[in-house]
Design a protein around this ligand. Sequence first.
Ligand SMILES: NC(=O)c1ccc[n+]([C@@H]2O[C@H](COP(=O)([O-])OP(=O)(O)OC[C@H]3O[C@@H](n4cnc5c(N)ncnc54)[C@H](O)[C@@H]3O)[C@@H](O)[C@H]2O)c1
Length: 419
Amino acid sequence: MNYKVKDIRLAAQGKRMMEWAERHMPVLAEIRRELAETKPLRGVTVGAALHTEAKTGVLVRTLVAGGARVAITSCNPLSTRDEVAAALAKEGVHVYAWRGESTKDYYSNLNAVLETKPQILIDDGADLITAVHTQRRELLSTIIGASEETTTGVNRLRAMEKEGALSFPVIAVNDSPSKRFFDNRFGTAESTFQAITGMTNTLIAGKRLVVVGYGFVGRGIASRAKGLGAVVTVVETDPIKALEAAMDGFMVASMSEAARWGELFITTTGSFKVIRAEHIRLMKDGAILCNSGHFNVEIDLEGLNRLAVSRREIVDDVQEFRLKNGRRVYLLAEGRLVNLAGKRSLGHPMEIMDMSFALQALSVVHLVRVGRNLAPGVYEVPPEIDRMVAELKLRSMGIKIERPTKEQIEYSASWTFGT
Ligand SMILES: NC(=O)c1ccc[n+]([C@@H]2O[C@H](COP(=O)([O-])OP(=O)(O)OC[C@H]3O[C@@H](n4cnc5c(N)ncnc54)[C@H](O)[C@@H]3O)[C@@H](O)[C@H]2O)c1
């Protein structure tokens, strides 16, 4: 069988979910029309590890329209929408994903995707790329290249590149301006608050909110929180980012200071154990903790469990930990990505993923065209792809932009102009 999903009978609902997403993803629709005519992916197998939900389904359909055979698994055990997984399976895609899969299943599903012998990989977090380099090295020679969706994945890939361990070219979709500015910043911010309020039903206005990390994701969350009326403190390790946060009008503090003060904590660093037992011990009774950065490693779950005398799920996706000091703290979505892993988390808005997945689709086509001529390494999205996606998006929004005059172009290119 070409798939392993929770229940294939959910397919009709999944199909409707993808239709709804398609309506809000005009850039991908435009690319799909073009690929369906030119079929640049004919004969190519694409293996993907992406959140298997409706917006990803639209990307998968775009690749299929371009002639590709696609195999997909999820990049997070809790982010699969079983309806969409079923619908894709019914459309002939190789799908190995279901919500709530165990860690063992997660890795065996990555392997099931690799079993299809893909020539192109699309990854989110670099687990698929790592798996092929560590466990399925015999497949390395057939892989033309890969594209990576997110910051943490790109960091891992750069570490592999530095050690000479990377065996094929990878396009860092994450690093392109039109991904980082819109997806990491605006997409994560909106979806994070959608998820937090959906899980907790608490008010953001007036809340003492701590954002850990002031990169693209952290900046977006901090500014959205301010707009919602929260009082925001930023915790940073980078002095320049910390200064930027201070000049943007936020309070800036160390984690220990912010721990005593905050009521809602959101981690966005891509790093490891940024909130630890030593901080949790200082928190107020009722503090809420969640992560919108990397996997489930930003909040020290071992430390939290060590401090706790009891724990229970108080409402869906909200775990209450009663600490030895008598206080209670609440952890959302088990410390996994709050905007994706909760039962009601919707992930990034469709209009945002339209752009990120347009970059993915065009990067895959680019790799098929030129990937064999590229040395192993991490590459930027070609600037012409980035511009094209931004222009298609603007056009879909009915926005016209100014074009420089010939004289302006000459002026900025010349050092003698007018002298
Ligand atoms: N939830 C989502 O849907 C989603 C979407 C996009 C990216 N991400 C993830 O979010 C994370 C951040 O992405 P980004 O693009 O903002 O990265 P970034 O590199 O721009 O920002 C990370 C920031 O965290 C800071 N930082 C690192 N360690 C810290 C610590 N111990 N305490 C405080 N600050 C610390 C860094 O100095 C940096 O400014 C990554 O793991 C990325 O994969 C999640």
